[in-house]
Design a protein around this ligand. Sequence first.
Ligand code: ASP
Length: 595
Amino acid sequence: MSFRDTHAGELGSADAGRTVQLAGWADRIRDQGGVIFIDLRDASGVIQVVIDPAEHPAAVDLRREFCLSAIGTVTIRPAGSENLDLKTGSVEVAISDLTVLSTAKALPFQLDERTDVDELVRLKYRYLDMRRPRVAANIRARSVGVAAMRSTLSDAGFLEIETPTLIRSTPEGARDVLVPSRLQQGDFYALPQSPQLFKQLLMIGGIERYYQIARCYRDEDFRSDRQLEFTQLDIEGSFWGREEVLATLESVMVEVVRAVRGVELSTPFPRIPFQEAIDRYGRDKPDTRFAMTIEDFTDLFASAGFKAFAGVLEAGGVIRGLNAGPLGLSRSALDGLVDDAKEAGASGLVWLVVEEDGAIRSPVAKFLSDEEMAGMVSTLSASSGDHILVVADRARVASEVLGRFRVRFGTPEHHDELEFVWVIDFPVFEETDSGDLVASHHPFTAPADVEDMAANPRTAVAQAYDLVLNGLELGSGSVRIHDPDTQQKIFEILGIGADEAEERFGWFVEALRYGTPPHAGFAVGIARLMSILQDEPNIREVIPFPKTQTGIDPLTGSPSAVDDDQLVELGIDLRPEVRAERMAREAESAAPEVG
Ligand code: ASP
């Protein structure tokens, strides 16, 4: 039996008179007594079909989301009954033959976009959720985007190569997801945080141009834009430096955006050095869709009479400010900003409002000279109604706190515009709260200058770069270390002793000793890119089967308990306290409801 010869969404007036066979779902049903109208939906779109219940008595029992196959004649809709909202709205199909392929239970939620459905319920019935236009469009767009990545790279001579998912841990700075080995009881694989070391091995292996749509796993606490497992476009090239990486990624982004959005990006993307991003935007992922940059007033206040400012300057701090625009905030809301600034780590915040007559309203106005106030107003191009926010603190704190206000008051709600920017010249290392150094990218990133790094690790610059889109980090990459001695130096600075380095990475440093070509690469988070291109606030919307914020899949109920036998085979056991807690949890969920 054949199910269909025509896709619903492709029909138009040119098809009038044709007999077609369609298959799909009953999207909407309108029973008008003598005639039943059904919007029949398949993956290509929707067509209205018309059924005469006198000829097809079973049609009165049709319900939403029944799966149907139907044969009928395409007819032009009577004048006045066209549906301009529908691509196929000029025609309908008069059904002569109808088969119910399968029936559907009453739906847990309506599939039209107007109904707001709880996300847990949507995820539990994701297979129904993805029949809704929005999720369906996202899944489709993602496929279009990935296809554009593949074709651009394959045309440029890149090989698509799989790397293993059961590996030895890769240090990308997150917690590993571990998998116990049955054959080597007591040993564990890690799932890759990224294919980093394997792609470098491919370069050592002479592959020269690699890419992969790679699954990666990082056991981090969930945030709205993070998932335990995610997919990256992973790239690496030999005899490459930064310019080749950036140009390749730009060409990929141009094609993806053209394919998904139909928009032409201009290249090259602007570049902002890391330090400038921090100083002017307060973060390493600047949203450049709006100006509102942070300005430095340290010189302006060099001989400040205002004690709070003078004290900070004496202690080596800075004074920086931001024009947050005409916010129209009340006095108490403005004071609330001061509390927010303190919570964010600043010792305080000064606010000033430019009045209609140009005068300045501020609790500290009386401590500031006319020149100081005029200097701020002119540097920030502030005009009537504008709110100026000023923080006096250590440079990093001042900019970071102002950066938060910048994002809060400046960020456009939608991603109509696309502003790509490279952030370059990241530091090699970052300091943890306890003062230890950790790699700011990963420990295989080449420093700009090896000697300088050894002498001044805290300020050393790396050949590392991030790609940022609309204030969100899409991914990062770097020129890699191809010299084993430099690699060892990095481990040393990171406090990884010779023995530990040998045990964890000896195999990799050994590989570097066999004529390693200079190489560089990058990785882009696909869900994040797609969520911006699809103007979705949450990456879960562009992931076919996402997990919730707490790492749960409500559809399949994972993670879940496993049989004791499985644990025995793996040679592992739950810790007694964990076992007890699990049992208590189980008992609780099995307990009959009281009352
Ligand atoms: N492996 C890095 C990451 O996953 C990207 C790269 O350096 O190519 O972030």
